[in-house]
Design a protein around this ligand. Structure first.
Ligand code: URA
Length: 239
């Protein structure tokens, strides 16, 4: 038996908080009866409807893909380019958690669990996303400081971040920078560097939370373990 709002959120319909609002507003029925109690427990046989629509209770799947270059982060593409879901062998309707650009490589999670997606992507959860960027030019320490304190992209200041220089190539005039952010604005890393006059020529996401690329080659993927999923939900107890 699980709490109704958790089941609704896990179906991908909406977040847990929104699910609570729906329940309190009398929009949710269990086996045809309106339910207003937030603590209501349901099991897999119960039929849950929101505004008359049955919610999906299908099993959840979770994958970690080493996204290669030249694949789009989407479930379909009008130009018939390869998408990240084409790389994963499943019958479930999974979708990517956040977005990596066509030319960006690295950690990409995919799932059909909306609540999991919320936890990973919502900046308030402060989940680290670790990027390694190769940029044109020699990045100076003042600019590293600026990246850490926040820069303006599209008129909005980015949140505090961590940044450090990993390597310079004086001959080729490039710098490798590690940047750790919690947000996921469109093209965020490229735009953060752009705001300081640097062009990102290569970008890789090395980590999301504790998920890294160990054991995977570009294009390969693995399922998450139940323990990994529980840790993200904050439900893992080491006992
Ligand atoms: N920031 C970018 O600019 N591109 C990505 O793919 C991810 C983060």
């Amino acid at each position: 038996m699980e709490r109704l709002q958790k089941v609704i959120a896990a179906s991908g319909y909406t977040s847990r908080r929104k699910a609570e609002e729906l329940i309190l507003n009398g929009k949710v029925t269990v086996n045809g009866k309106k339910v207003y109690e937030l603590g209501t427990k349901v099991d897999t046989k119960d039929e849950i409807k929101i505004d008359g629509n049955v919610i999906s209770r299908e099993d959840k799947e979770y994958y970690l893909l080493y996204k290669p270059r030249g694949v789009i982060t989407s479930t379909s593409d009008d130009k018939a380019r390869k998408t990240v879901t084409d790389l994963i062998n499943t019958k479930k309707r999974i979708y990517p958690v956040g977005r990596l650009d066509y030319d960006t490589t690295g950690v990409l999670l995919l799932t059909n669990d909306g609540e999991f997606t919320n936890i990973i992507t919502h900046p308030s959860k402060k989940i680290d996303k670790v990027y390694v960027a190769k940029v044109k030019g020699i990045v100076n320490y003042m600019d590293i400081k600026k990246l850490c304190n926040g820069v303006y992209i599209d008129g909005v200041k980015t949140s505090k971040a961590k940044a450090k220089i990993k390597k310079y190539d004086k001959e080729k005039q490039t710098t490798i920078v590690e940047l750790i952010i919690h947000e996921g604005k469109n093209h965020q890393v490229k735009k953060m560097f752009e705001s300081l006059g640097y062009e990102v020529v290569k970008l890789k996401r090395e980590k999301v939370a504790f998920f890294d690329l160990k054991g995977l080659k570009p294009g390969e993927y693995r399922s998450l373990t139940p323990k990994e999923v529980k840790i993200i939900y904050g439900e893992y107890k080491n006992d």
